[in-house]
Design a protein around this ligand. Sequence first.
Ligand code: MLT
Length: 318
Amino acid sequence: MRILVADTFPSGHLDRLGELGHDCDYRPDTTSGQLPGLLAGRTALVVRSTRVTAEALEGADALRLVIRAGSGTNTIDRDAASARGIYVCNVPGRNAIAVAELACALMLALDRGLYDNVADLRAGRWDKKRHSRARGIHGRRVGVIGLGRIGLAFAERAAAFGTTVYAVAKPDRSAQVLERARAIGVRFVDDLPTLARTCDVLSLHLPATDGTRHLVDADLLAHVRPGTLILNTARGDLIDEDALIEAMEDKDVRAGLDVYADEPAGGTGRIESRLARHPNVYGTHHIGASTEQAQQAVADEVVAMVAAFQSGSVRHCV
Ligand code: MLT
């Protein structure tokens, strides 16, 4: 296969693709704008942050497989791909622990005011009193919205800090998820407003779909308690950013955000989000999955997927 790898990918895994007999063109800095000009003659495409639009696929005369080296596929125009008979596959779960770790880091950092603490010290200011206002995480109630692989990995870690984890009861949860949730001690409540009223921390772990867009809106935020910490390491679209800014101003809600509605396509550029600049936000650059361990595990799966495709089967086709 002629494979375009349009994002950072471990060199050992590129070698493995080569050993499988594929011709790999490694262009880790490909922007979404450049992609349309690069797809002619390619049979497979591996992407992470680069957007795959209908326009990009127009010139994809030989493309049969697009692999998103992550779990979300919202950066790929799946309808346009399927209209051209192109398989779109993702890599679910391999980066779950990395994302859960970042959610924990944001929770602890917000509670301790770590960023402001470090910033003052770097500016030569010592102010122990100002930085001694943390509430502590042990004994808090943490609401996990989305009990997939990442949500459960976060729930496990949050529980290890001595919190009580809550989630919304849903009739379609699998026996496997319920068993893991039970082992973690997750308590179920009836609906999201109850979860918001119950918890001191809310952490989002859902994909971006039409049904989850602006799940956290003014109506839901009306139920959160003053001082609630909101964590979003999933997708920016889950939050109505204006409503969150209002809740920050009215109720001193604080947020740990790794994702934004207007992230620059392709992983580099300017971000205009007012949230990213807000003093109640500790923000990172959509780096939840960006650990060496996670990226190696994702790359293992990408290589396995290409090998499976080559031998006539598809894994994780979405
Ligand atoms: C995912 O969809 O798993 C993450 O967004 C992946 C990433 O940022 O690489």
